[in-house]
Design a protein around this ligand. Structure first.
Ligand code: C2E
Ligand code: CA
Ligand code: CA
Length: 402
């Protein structure tokens, strides 16, 4: 027998169970050597579903949906297996295109219902990742088609100029003067009316449409930035949200540079907001960050403090700005821990020469705490909602930089 690493491999003698029907499903198995029989039994009547040889895989349904095993697996020879755990696939599935995720869910459910034919009753509890009951299935299929319809409508919307930008002020916390704006996309659909960004943006981001749409956002926000500066005689910056696909677009940086020239915008006035999810692939992201910095664009790490936040990212990517997520601020009043975490983030940022923005500030109390902690910029309903160009000009007139 070959030598196998003990953490990734498991050995079974002929006749051993790998798992029993009804066990919780936490892993899939690849057969390195040996053979495994998959079977179900009901009232001591055994039905063999398959015999899987070396090179084959089994147990993968549980990997997708985490539901109890719908069959048993027995080694029919001395067998060596490689294990793939749910944790190993979970993050990848969560980061996958939403359409693919739902399709995977639907396909998994169909396979489940196929193996269920061999058994008279349904088993146990369903866990959180892919909880699909047969009632849900119809709904999930409808969801897939809704995403496809949305994709079609979005590409028409771009040609028919149904998008617009709104601009939310970002203020300097020490004196509350407006330093810049975040450009936020809005869709006024002719068929659906106003569609919330959390509905259409993930769909756009999961398709190639985000490239032309993102280019439109860049062009439009530079145009507006110049109007705001000219109308108010103030120097401002603009923050633009950049999706993962845009980072992978080899033309994006050229496009930004060209549009800076066309509109007379200095790269230093442009902050590119990137969420941590985009840093999934360091071999793409790190050189990209480096290029941005060389060209003079600032990078702002958006939604910091959510999801995969890791302080190690900061040293690795060296963003110019960290943007603290609203969820951390929301617990300020009740939770000393949230305040301590923020405090540590601001101290670290200062030490590393990284600027900070807190977003989603809704109360004066939050603003006071953030100011004391040394947060540089603030954004939120307390200061202003996202504004149309006209309203932004008015608000800028009222809040002149001292
Ligand atoms: P985000 O980048 O985290 O943007 C901040 C969101 O928080 C905005 O929601 C903003 O309206 C909202 N917000 C600001 N202040 C407050 C506050 O005090 N309280 C509360 N409750 N909310 C506040 P919005 O405009 O709905 O945008 C949602 C998300 O859509 C954005 O989250 C961003 O991820 C994405 N998005 C928006 N525009 C673009 C775009 O042009 N391109 C890309 N790729 N994504 C965009
Ligand atoms: Ca943002
Ligand atoms: Ca954010």
């Amino acid at each position: 027998m070959k030598h196998y690493h003990q953490f990734q491999h498991r050995y079974f003698s002929e006749g051993d169970y790998v798992f029993h029907e009804g066990d919780s499903g936490e892993a899939a198995y690849f057969i390195e050597e040996g053979q495994v029989e998959i079977s179900t039994s009901f009232e001591s009547q055994k039905t063999v579903l398959a015999n899987i040889e070396a090179g084959g895989m089994f147990g993968e349904l549980a990997l997708m949906d985490g539901r109890p095993r719908s069959a048993s697996a027995i080694a029919t020879k001395n067998t060596v297996l490689t294990i793939v755990t749910r944790d190993q696939v979970k993050e990848r599935i969560e980061n996958a295109d939403p359409l693919l995720r739902i399709l995977l869910m639907v396909v998994t459910s169909y396979f489940r219902s196929e193996t269920n034919h061999f058994r008279p009753k349904k088993l146990g509890t369903v866990d959180e990742m892919f909880s699909v009951s047969s009632n849900d299935l119809q709904y999930k299929i409808a969801e897939v088609f809704e995403i496809i319809r949305l994709e079609d409508e979005l590409s028409i919307a771009l040609n028919e100029e149904q998008f617009k930008l709104v601009f939310q002020p970002i203020v300097q916390l020490d004196n509350e003067s407006i330093a810049g704006f975040e450009a936020l996309l809005r869709w006024q659909s002719s068929r659906r009316g106003s569609v919330p960004p959390d509905v259409f943006i993930p769909v756009a981001e999961s398709t190639a449409l985000i490239i032309p749409l993102g280019e439109w956002v860049i062009r439009e926000s530079f145009r507006v930035l110049k109007i705001l500066e000219q109308q108010t005689n103030q120097e401002l910056f603009v923050s633009i949200n950049i999706a993962s696909r845009q980072i992978q677009d080899p033309n994006l940086l050229d496009f930004l540079v060209q549009n800076c020239q066309t509109h007379g915008v200095a790269p230093g006035q442009v902050k590119l907001e990137i969420v941590e999810r985009c840093l999934f692939n360091p071999s793409v992201a790190i050189p990209w960050f480096e290029k941005c910095r060389k060209l003079g664009f600032s990078i702002s790490l958006d939604d910091f403090g959510t999801g995969y936040s890791s302080l190690a990212y900061i040293g690795q990517y060296k963003p110019n700005i960290i943007k603290i997520d609203k969820s951390l601020l929301d617990n300020f009043a009740q939770s000393k821990e949230s305040r301590s975490i923020c405090h540590a983030i601001f101290a670290m940022a200062k030490e590393l020469g990284i600027s900070t923005v807190a977003e989603g500030i809704e109360s004066e109390e939050q603003a006071i705490i953030l100011r004391e902690m040394g947060c540089v910029y603030g954004q939120g309903y307390l200061f202003a909602r996202p504004l149309s160009l006209e309203d932004a000009i008015t608000v800028l007139g009222q809040r002149r930089a001292p």
